[in-house]
Design a protein around this ligand. Structure first.
Ligand SMILES: Cc1ncc(COP(=O)(O)O)c(C=O)c1O
Length: 458
């Protein structure tokens, strides 16, 4: 075994660079007898031949199972019907909207576009929540007109805006109030949305006045407080602290009227690499429900109905991105060599490594190999040196042009953050289930890319 000194500390040298690490790959991913990776019974080579690469491949049964398990875990822990919203920003299509609502979840959207997808999927508007720190008047009107189940107010100016829209539509609109609890989630800075110095929510000390302003409108009904402390969080400590702070304020609010709900947001972490240790969802649910119950008992207030908004934990682990290797290049770095393996996609289909320094893992998908593991970096094909998909992992040393490689855990914030940089068309999304594959979002064509350029002769 030769350990490459360029390998990061967290990356263990594998005994077998073909192995699919437990918890990182979709539930129905496995190697076939011939050694290639299949997802839900469909082989990587078949997927690439039929649909092309890069390709997002979603294990449909995995998404459905995670949605069901999450809802059950929270219902069991809270001893009540917890409102679970799927955070559509992670990845939303009409198919996915149907899968999660069929599992009993609601959907949280944060723009008119996401709302349009949920509407196109014929999701009951009462099961939608609308977020956003700067909702347009048109977005607010559309929500109110549709009868969206809850609008999450993110600033005091929105109170009057939503109240006025509801009045105009002759309705009473349910609202939550997003609070910046000040809790710092232990995660990457750009993902920690509850620090004081950021754009989301209103500070805790302004909550009583904001709630009084909401209650002063006959056209608004106050459902409760909302907090989202960040993303890719592995333990319940931050959520528990946010819950304590919100419930402390809630006690005072109860003197002015009911506060039926408490929404603790999303952010549950997933495994991107074998080094990520994920807290089982049952444990997280039990710890969170436990804190809420204990705190309410201590404060002598009724236990509100819990609501949560996970996105990544439902869709993230379900998906792999398939790429074809184009070039392999060894680069001397000091005394060591880093092998750059370039694929036919990159930062346009997965911006997270460039944006957040996110780590991913990789395997050869079209075959297995007994070659000694070599440290690789998976690079994209874009004109940016930061265009990296996988900073570091080990692949069999004979990785070569024409191989298919698969990057797991790309279900969340990859397609939804995809771009057309360098005029690459965004890849298709294919759902696989019981040995069958179907396109749920088609690949962008060159015609799509030219469609908005008004100088193109028709
Ligand atoms: C308000 C809110 N709720 C839920 C989520 C979902 O987070 P995650 O996908 O990490 O669960 C986010 C993510 O940014 C968010 O901003």
């Amino acid at each position: 075994m030769s350990v490459n000194p360029l390998a990061p500390e967290w990356l263990a040298h594998p005994d077998d660079a073909n192995a699919l690490a437990a918890g990182v790959w979709p539930m129905h991913a496995a190697r076939t007898a011939s050694g290639e990776i299949q997802i839900a019974g469909v082989a990587a080579s078949q997927l690439a031949a039929e649909f092309g690469t890069p390709l997002y491949v979603v294990d449909e049964a995995d998404v459905r199972a995670r949605a069901t398990a999450l809802k059950r875990a929270f219902d069991d822990a809270a001893g009540a019907d917890v409102k679970v919203y799927y955070a559509g920003k992670a990845f939303l299509s009409t198919e996915v909207a149907r899968w999660v609502t069929e599992a009993g979840l609601n959907i949280d959207v944060c723009s008119g576009g996401e709302l349009a997808v949920a509407v196109a999927a014929e999701v009951d508007p009462a099961r939608l929540g609308m977020h956003g720190n700067n909702k347009s008047h048109a977005e607010i009107d559309r929500c109110v007109e549709l009868g969206v189940g809850a609008i999450v107010l993110d600033s005091v100016v929105e109170v009057d805006r939503v109240a006025e829209s509801a009045r105009r539509h002759g309705t009473v609109q349910n609202v939550r109030l997003r609070v910046n609890s000040g809790v710092h989630a232990s995660t990457h800075e750009y993902l920690a949305t509850a620090r004081e110095d950021q754009k989301f929510g209103i500070p805790l000390d302004q909550v009583p006045d904001a709630v009084a302003a909401i209650r002063a409108h006959d056209s608004l009904r106050f459902l409760g407080l909302h907090s989202h402390i960040g993303s890719q969080i592995f333990d319940s400590g931050g959520f528990a602290e946010a819950a304590r702070r919100l419930l402390g304020v809630q006690k005072g609010l109860l003197t002015g009227g009911e506060v039926p709900e408490l929404n603790l947001g999303g952010g549950f972490g997933i495994a991107y690499t074998a080094a990520d240790v994920v807290t089982p969802i049952e444990q997280l649910a039990a710890e969170l429900a436990g804190v809420v119950h204990a705190e309410c008992a201590a404060l002598g207030i009724p236990v509100p109905r819990l609501a949560i908004e996970p996105g990544r934990a439902i869709i993230g682990p379900s998906t792999v991105t398939l790429y074809e290797v184009g070039t392999v290049k060894d680069v001397q770095v000091g005394e060591s060599v880093r092998r750059y393996v370039s694929v036919d996609g990159g930062m346009s289909d997965n911006i997270r490594p460039a944006l957040y320094g996110a780590d991913y893992s990789v395997r050869i998908a079209s075959r297995s190999s007994a070659a000694d593991p070599a440290l690789v970096r998976i690079a994209g094909k874009h004109c940016e040196s930061g265009d990296i998909v996988v900073h570091a992992d080990y692949l069999p040393g004979d990785v070569t042009p024409g191989d298919l490689v698969a990057v797991p855990a790309t279900g969340a914030y990859c397609w939804s953050l995809a771009s057309n940089y360098n005029y690459l068309g965004r890849p298709a999304v294919v759902a696989v289930r019981d040995g069958a594959a179907r396109v749920i979002v088609r690949r962008e064509t060159e015609a799509d890319l030219l469609a908005r350029d008004m100088g193109v002769t028709p």
